[in-house]
Design a protein around this ligand. Structure first.
Ligand code: HEM
Length: 377
């Protein structure tokens, strides 16, 4: 009997403590001028619900509070906008102080020189360095032939097998990017690199709490492994003096007008791997699903590809002109991107206090996206 009383007492104390904490956190952010919404738990906010439910979390909050509401996600007090007109305003007004504002975990793990962490002239420089790697000439002469070659080997042993498309598209996105970055070394480093990279990705979508066994801690450790591996690659490339035709070769090469320090180079490579991973793998996976669901579209796509193949020998590569001529394929890619909505939100912060949508609170940071806008207050 005494045991039951103790259990009940502990249970009720925990309930009261939880209610008090939740209430305290709401009151803390009930400043004049902030939009309606809930702030969840101290420190954790509503991160768990946000990560578990994804777009469903935003839709649910919108049905309760309207298209402009406050929350607390990924370690930041945040304001979410799901208002298309306001989102447009936020997207085109970087000059007014609405700059990219990614969560702390992402900035820590992707590095302080990554493109999402830098603004103004530093952003321009990093962006220029990235665009030089994916210029039309680079796509034509380097990227496309490597993708073609990689995809042939990636698809070569699927016959008469049950494959997990999600797993295969993830491998594809990571391994094809790695081959673009370091063609010669990719096959020898991929096995040790890939698990570390997956930990890094998870870490960027976690609360920035550096305790053992947290995703953030594992992600941060993975970043250290990846950084030392990449540093070694850069040093070996410089020492060899060879002119390799891949992204790393271009970055360390003399003809590259965007000179980067080793640290910037490493953060840029991590950014390329990271940005092209979830986006490309999920889009490709959804393309397979949509083609499966629409056999007539698949038939038409096959016709377009077979017409190109018929003009070539089996071992002949795909050329840039072949790719340009794929009108139907391009329509399938656009429609897949439209339907799959891979990027559900983008993040912005404000560099000064601002009045947005008639709310006059002291907003220091802001997140925005294609469908939602988030602000950190
Ligand atoms: C289906 C594929 C992709 C989708 C849907 C996608 C979507 C997006 C979106 C919505 C943004 C804007 C983010 C913002 O404004 O905060 C963005 C930016 C960016 N993406 Fe992608 N992306 C894709 C593929 C890639 C790939 C393959 C790369 C690798 C090079 C990449 C690299 C980047 C970079 C570096 C930025 C930041 C640009 C800047 O700050 O100037 N993306 N992407």
């Amino acid at each position: 009997m005494a045991g039951l009383v103790i259990i009940l007492a502990v249970f009720w104390s925990l309930c009261i403590l939880s209610i008090a904490l939740l209430r305290w956190n709401e009151v803390r952010y009930r400043k004049k001028g902030l939009p309606p919404g809930t702030m969840g738990w101290p420190v954790f906010g509503e991160t768990t619900e946000f990560l578990k439910q994804g777009p469903g979390f935003m839709k649910n909050q919108r049905s309760r509070f309207g298209s402009f509401f406050k929350s607390h996600i990924l370690g930041c007090p945040t304001i979410v906008s799901m208002d298309p007109e306001l989102n447009r305003y936020i997207l085109v007004n970087e000059a007014k102080g609405l700059v990219p504002g990614y969560p702390q975990s992402m900035l820590d793990i992707l590095g302080k020189c990554n493109i999402a962490a830098v603004h103004g002239s530093a952003h321009k420089h990093m962006r220029g360095a990235l665009l030089a790697l994916i210029s039309p000439t680079m796509i034509k002469d380097q990227l496309l032939p490597k993708i073609d070659d990689f995809m042939r080997s990636h698809l070569s042993d699927w016959n008469n097998k049950i494959v997990d498309i999600q797993e295969k598209t993830k491998e594809m996105a990571f391994l094809s990017s790695l081959r673009q970055i370091a063609s010669k070394e990719a096959s020898s480093i991929s096995q040790s690199f890939m698990p570390e990279f997956f930990k890094l990705v998870l870490g960027t979508l976690s609360l920035p709490i550096n305790l053992p066994n947290t995703n953030y801690h594992r992600g941060f450790q993975a970043r250290q492994h990846i950084t030392s591996l990449l540093r070694k690659l850069v040093e070996e490339r410089r020492a060899s003096g060879e002119n390799q035709e891949d992204m790393l070769g271009f970055l360390v090469g003399e003809e590259n007008k965007y000179k980067l320090s080793d640290e910037e180079m490493i953060d840029l490579i991590i950014t390329i791997l990271y940005s092209g991973y979830e986006t490309v793998s999920t889009t490709s996976m959804m393309a397979v699903k949509y083609l499966h669901d629409h056999p007539k579209v698949l038939e038409e796509l096959r016709k377009e590809h077979m017409a190109i193949r018929d003009r070539k020998k089996p071992e002949d590569p795909i050329h840039y002109n072949d790719y340009k001529s794929m009108r139907f394929t391009r329509a399938v890619i656009y429609e897949t991107s439209r339907l799959a909505t891979i990027v559900n939100g983008v993040l912005r912060k404000t560099t000064r206090d601002m009045e947005i949508n008639a709310f006059t609170s002291k907003i220091k940071e802001l997140y925005k996206s294609s469908s939602c806008t988030f602000k950190q207050s």
